[in-house]
Design a protein around this ligand. Structure first.
Ligand code: ATP
Length: 364
């Protein structure tokens, strides 16, 4: 059985290298305990690289990503470095398109005593997953919009091919979560089918897939209502699946529920490739100070291990991912281990050490 994995690493811009360092150290520690070996292959890309060379995602870096078993990415883009048309450098979006990573997976979890703008009633826990379609929808129009003096147009595209893959993925995830005791096996299609034909089409395809899963349940919600429910009753949600732009917005709402962007991980997953990265950007306002929160990056790495386990039928990798996730969860209860964005005073490296100690069964 394969136990050696090649991981393409994009350290990126801003706080990217700072949060990647403790993450790679933790990956080394946790995989060693499970007799798995990861080989990290660090490749250049991003805004700083573009400023230096005129290339944002070199072909050689893309080739390494294509050949790798999985891709780990911290954050890319800097507000002052832009293409000639004024848009920001975002190789992470190029990677989604190049590798056809249609499912943007954003878990939202909140334990009873975790810091959050909402207060959980005793015994309640939040544990749901938002799946954002990541290759089409309104983002299909990126770079294609038409703007005249009097009018601007952008086009939203929903295809049968991508939607079918997306919904198959969503129901597969609900099934796995249910088997692991982490969800009730329900998938909600989040759309605006009451107003737009494209979303009625999206919902119709969702219902076709739902009919193939009598062991699971499904329902629908309009995106505006879902924004309300994510705040009012997030504990009632399980797997949500939605269009690209709606998912972009709702996933930041999910990050807000968790107490901030510094805690929100993600995976951009296709049929044979996947990129794991935090939901946040390169945070140039705090870059270079060693105070960035590494948790979202570490949790993204834990998702990567889980995905490697599933892809390669290797439970040890998924177990390693779960151990890492639980160590981060426990570290959140340790104020000394928290960075400033979460109300603590730890540096990035100190926050990483607390997770490492918890992982190895030592006191935080
Ligand atoms: P993008 O558009 O690339 O996603 P953004 O404009 O949304 O980026 P971010 O870079 O995510 O912006 O930063 C938003 C705010 O959150 C900033 O104030 C930043 O310092 C803060 N922030 C983001 N990530 C972290 C982190 N890991 N630790 C601490 N603060 C963070």
């Amino acid at each position: 059985m394969k136990s050696d994995f090649e991981i393409a690493v994009f350290e990126g811009d801003g706080i990217g290298p700072e949060i990647m360092k403790p993450t790679l150290d933790l990956l080394d520690r946790v995989t060693r305990r499970h007799q798995i070996s990861l080989r990290f292959n660090s490749v250049p890309a991003g805004a700083a690289h573009y400023a230096k060379t005129g290339e944002s995602l070199p072909t050689a870096s893309l080739d390494v990503a294509r050949e790798a078993d999985a891709i780990l990415l911290s954050a890319m883009g800097l507000p002052d470095v832009r293409y000639d048309d004024g848009t920001e450098i975002s190789p992470q979006i190029d990677l989604r398109k190049e590798l056809n990573l249609f499912a943007g997976v954003r878990p939202v979890t909140l334990a009873e005593n975790q810091n959050s703008p909402i207060r959980l009633a005793a015994g309640k826990q939040v544990d749901f997953v938002l799946i954002r379609e990541s290759t089409e929808g309104l983002f299909w129009s990126q770079g294609r919009g038409e703007v005249t003096k009097d009018e601007a147009r952008e086009t939203l595209v929903i295809t049968r091919e991508t939607s079918e893959k997306l919904f198959r993925f969503a129901f597969g995830l609900a099934k796995r979560r249910k088997a692991a005791g982490r969800g009730r096996g329900n998938v909600t299609c989040v759309d605006k089918a009451n107003v737009f034909r494209a979303f009625a089409f999206f919902r119709g395809l969702f219902d076709e897939e739902a009919a193939r899963h009598p062991d699971l349940t499904s329902d629908h919600a309009y995106v505006d209502a879902m924004a309300l429910w994510m705040v009012q009753k997030p504990w009632a949600l399980d797997v949500l699946v939605t269009e690209n732009m709606f998912g972009d917005i709702l996933s930041d709402l999910g990050a807000g529920l968790m107490g901030g962007l510094g805690l929100a991980p993600s995976g951009d997953i296709g049929e044979s490739h996947a990129v794991f990265q935090p939901c946040h950007g390169s945070a140039p306002d705090i870059a270079g100070q060693g105070i960035a929160n590494p948790h979202a990056m570490i949790l993204s790495a834990a998702m990567m291990l889980d995905w490697l386990g599933q892809q390669n039928d290797m439970p040890a990798a998924s177990n390693a991912g779960e151990e890492l996730r639980q160590a981060v969860d426990r570290s959140l209860l340790n104020v000394p281990g928290l960075t400033r964005d979460l109300g603590g005073e730890s540096s990035t490296d100190e926050a990483g050490h607390v997770v490492a100690n918890l992982l190895e069964g030592k006191a935080a």
